[in-house]
Design a protein around this ligand. Structure first.
Ligand code: GYE
Length: 338
């Protein structure tokens, strides 16, 4: 009897020791020593999978910064950001990865407009709301994505062309060099369509050369250096973003071609980043059409609406302005957030 009692006491002590050990281990968070998967829920944070185009321009860097600053843990989010290095295949992989991680929302800044149907269908089948930001997508069924927020790129092109029509009204001939962005992206398509409509309206306008600089400074310089060797008269350089304009200006500096407000080649650019506005204020860029990259808070407000069970508008366009070297002020450059 005494022996049996001792055994029971021992067993009880052992059970207590085991429970105590497990309890302290759990409180240290050490039950599973492997780190939780990125999207694994260990808290109440809303998990956002964001597929970003890349880091090709100042615009893009400002856009990434805006998303990072908005979707912080302090604001109630966990942001999983994947940089696609300007490749659609990487974006499709990222979307599939977000689906398998069961994120709460997928946000896509698409590199091009076409080719999204299948990946979006997978996200939809998984029941994950899909927000498109910045450039647009073309899909067979509009129900494949929840909503979009970004710029009206065609309108940006029209604004630039209106400036050209006003400033070259008395010219006999306007020879244009056209530096395009990433072919197939909405930003390129809209800005190119705007210029094309201007060329169709003005018989004396000629696009002598048209080439893509992929929205990067390096490529902008490379393409412009080639153009300068082939043509001896250019009236307007229509450049689809600031970074390509910076590259083109380097090429013109090196080749000794004067440009800007006090020279024969006028430069039109897009984005109106701080660097772009500095160049406009310095008279190097004649006209700069704004494209606003601060989409973080805009995407967040869409997510807040969706969280409340509301239906945000399908398409939301951002208001934008343009800056003329003749009228831009130091204050407007200093007020620039990006
Ligand atoms: O103009 C360019 C960037 O999609 C609006 O992409 C964006 C464009 C922007 O690389 O600088």
């Amino acid at each position: 009897m005494k022996k049996g009692f001792a055994i029971s006491v021992c067993a009880l002590v052992l059970v207590f020791a085991l429970v105590f050990a497990l309890y302290t281990e759990r409180n240290r968070g050490g039950v599973d020593s492997s780190p939780p998967g990125e999207a694994e829920k260990t808290d109440d944070l809303i998990v956002i999978g964001f597929s970003q185009v890349g880091a090709e321009s100042d615009w893009r860097m400002a856009n990434t910064k805006s998303m990072r600053e908005t979707f912080t843990e302090a604001n109630g989010y966990r942001l999983i950001l994947k940089d696609a290095q300007q490749k659609q295949a990487n974006q499709i992989d990222a979307i599939r990865d977000f689906v398998s991680q069961k994120v709460d929302y997928i946000v896509l800044a698409p590199v091009t407009e076409e080719g999204w149907d299948e990946a979006l269908k997978e996200a939809k089948d998984a029941g994950i709301p899909f927000i498109v930001v910045d450039r647009m997508i073309k899909v067979s069924d509009q129900g494949l994505y929840t909503c979009w927020v970004g710029s009206d790129f065609r309108k940006e092109g029209d604004i630039a062309v209106a400036w050209m029509e006003k400033n070259f009204a008395s010219a006999d001939e306007v020879v244009i060099a056209h530096l395009q962005g990433n072919l197939g992206s909405s930003a390129q398509i809209g800005r190119t369509e705007g210029l094309q409509a201007g060329v169709d309206r003005n018989v004396n306008w000629k696009v002598a050369v048209r080439d893509s600089g992929d929205f990067t400074q390096v490529k902008g310089k490379e393409v412009m250096a080639r153009i300068l060797k082939q043509y001896d008269k250019i009236d307007v350089l229509y450049c689809e973003n600031d970074n390509m304009a910076f590259g083109a200006m380097e090429a013109m500096d090196e080749a000794g071609w004067p440009y800007g407000a006090s020279a024969d080649i006028a430069i039109i650019s897009f984005d109106a980043t701080r660097g772009g506005l500095e160049a406009t204020l310095a008279g190097k860029i004649n006209y700069n059409v704004e494209c606003n990259p601060l989409h973080g808070p805009r995407v967040e407000s869409l997510i807040r609406q969706l969280e409340k069970g509301e239906t945000p508008s399908k398409l939301a366009y951002v208001d934008e302005e343009a800056f003329d070297a003749a009228t831009i002020t130091r204050q407007s450059v200093d007020a620039r957030e990006y």
